[in-house]
Design a protein around this ligand. Structure first.
Ligand code: UD1
Length: 339
């Protein structure tokens, strides 16, 4: 029995592959390498002793995807990570985002249907709550108006999967709404490898701390938060990876569409992160307060009770672990994955 992992060489996908191998599962990776590198497979092999089967395949190519299923009749479930995910880029090239994220998912669902695969865990995002109607955010909190095409594709795919389940009640779909995944594998062999200038806070902080960039721009210091800077729910990528294992176990036993917030339930401001990073690593993070970034919200953190009660999952790593592991990865791999 194997599990198809779309986007399995990416940041969250690769960490999930490691955790799956650790519990004796057999992941098969499909990735078009548009935002990841094949060397990740070497790292997975070093960490686990096993090299997962890999297809360099674009999910938008329906025939190629069909061949992957045909060649692997033992695929019993799918964890669907593959997606374009840069918020700013999605505003600049919306059609590309809608096309890629939606067509790839529709092709995947068609291939699953054709090959009798009925179990999916899907990577969604807290971005579907828009500017959240309540804090902490529960799964019952109404979905909001997304601020960018990337976020809208996540919301649309959630709806598509719910409709597919309605028409095919024997399908089982677990939708994980990620908060802010950060950190890295403790080996320092795997981590986040953004192209160019990082958009997200953590990779930017680690690059400032290691001297690759001079200072952090703190986007906005006049939010209605304890220190005026944006508050988020940061979660260690290995905790997030383990949530997929729990979601998969659950999806194997119930035929339903279920949504789970995957966060720690704690909110940290940007300045909290700067301080936490400095004290965990002993490195300075110079920063400047600048204007707000368009589309940002003040506060976003999870009520993670449902995942604990139904999936039996909760975050184990704390902010010190997140800072230390992110710094360890950045220090050992200053230019990310180099082939
Ligand atoms: C963004 C996306 C989210 C996506 C997540 C992970 C939106 C609105 N946001 O979340 O969908 O799932 O990335 O990829 O769709 N910050 C700085 N300086 C920086 C970078 C960030 O001050 O250089 C601040 C931001 O203003 C924010 C916090 O740090 O308050 C976190 O930002 P970021 O890491 O980009 O994540 P989000 O915007 O929360």
């Amino acid at each position: 029995m194997s599990i198809l992992i779309t986007g399995g060489t990416g940041f969250i996908g690769s960490h999930t592959v490691v955790e799956l191998i650790n519990i004796g599962e057999t992941p098969i990776i499909v990735d078009n390498l548009s935002n990841s590198k094949e060397i990740v497979l070497d790292r997975i092999q070093t960490v686990t002793g096993i090299r997962p089967k890999f297809y360099k395949t674009d999910l938008c190519d329906a025939e190629a995807l069909d061949r992957v299923f045909a060649e692997n009749p033992d695929i019993e479930s799918v964890i669907h990570f593959a997606s374009l995910k840069a918020v700013g880029e999605s505003v600049a090239i919306p059609a590309t985002y809608y096309y890629n994220n939606l067509v790839s998912t529709l092709n995947l669902c068609e291939a699953m249907k054709k090959h009798g695969v009925k179990i999916m865990v899907f990577s969604s995002s807290a971005t579907v709550y828009g500017d959240p109607a309540e804090i902490p955010i529960k799964e019952t909190t109404p979905l909001g108006i997304t601020t960018n095409p990337y976020g809208e594709t996540k919301k649309m795919i959630e709806r598509i999967l719910a409709d597919i389940h309605k028409a095919n009640p024997d399908w089982s779909v677990s939708i994980l709404r990620y908060f802010n995944p950060v950190g890295a594998h403790k080996s320092g062999l795997m981590g986040e490898d953004p192209k160019g200038i990082p958009n997200n806070l953590f990779p930017y902080v680690t690059q400032v701390a290691t001297g690759r960039r001079p200072f952090l721009s703190v986007f906005g210091s006049d939010y209605d938060t304890h220190d005026g800077t944006g508050v988020r729910d940061y979660i260690h990528v290995v905790d997030l990876a383990k949530a997929h294992l729990c979601a998969l176990r659950r999806a194997r036993t119930v035929n339903a569409v279920e949504h789970f917030n995957v966060g720690t339930g704690h909110g940290y401001s940007v300045l909290d992160i700067v301080k936490a990073f400095e004290s965990a690593t002993g490195r300075a993070v110079p920063y400047k307060l600048v204007d707000r970034r368009p589309g940002d919200i003040a506060t976003c953190y999870a009520d993670a009770t449902k995942a604990k009660e139904i999936l039996g999952w909760q975050a184990e790593y704390d902010m010190v672990d997140m800072c230390r592991d992110a710094d360890n990865w950045q220090t050992k791999n200053p230019d990310g994955y180099v082939e």
